[in-house]
Design a protein around this ligand. Sequence first.
Ligand code: HEC
Length: 145
Amino acid sequence: MSQGAKGTSRLMIIAWLAAMVFIAVMFFGGSSDDSVEVATDSATLERIQPVGEVSVESAVASTGGTERSGEELYARCQGCHGTGAMGAPKFGSLADWAPRIERGIDDVLQVAIAGTGAMPPKGGCSDCSDNELKSVIQYMMESTK
Ligand code: HEC
């Protein structure tokens, strides 16, 4: 009985030592491996980052520099001009647009930029450029043909 107990405690000490060695190897060996990995990661990130910044900037610049089409932007005007709500000249209605086509697009554009009656300035499309607004008006005028 006591022999067996002694054997068990010796085994436990060996197991404990083995565990300590294992933990020590894991701790020191593992942490140095990790730091190498982290260093590689940040070095890689630093190398990639400038390229990523440049490509994001050029993407923003190219979308900012490209004009949206009248057809695309019409979605911003459709709420009123699609139905003729509040007396808005209705999309596709020659009766509504003819007098405005007669006045000329530049005059009509100036009115649209300033806002008129129930329509807010720029028809509510505050991020639309004058040229983009002109494209939408052209698109609506052409809808009458
Ligand atoms: C909130 C509703 C509303 C929205 C949104 C709206 N409009 Fe209008 N729009 C009107 C109304 C109402 C009139 C008529 C105003 C009047 O003659 O009293 C009008 C008139 C116009 C006219 C005629 C101006 C003139 O000289 O007679 C143009 C051009 C026009 N809108 C363009 C646009 C464009 C482009 C957009 C979208 C970017 C837009 N509108 C969005 C309500 C709207």
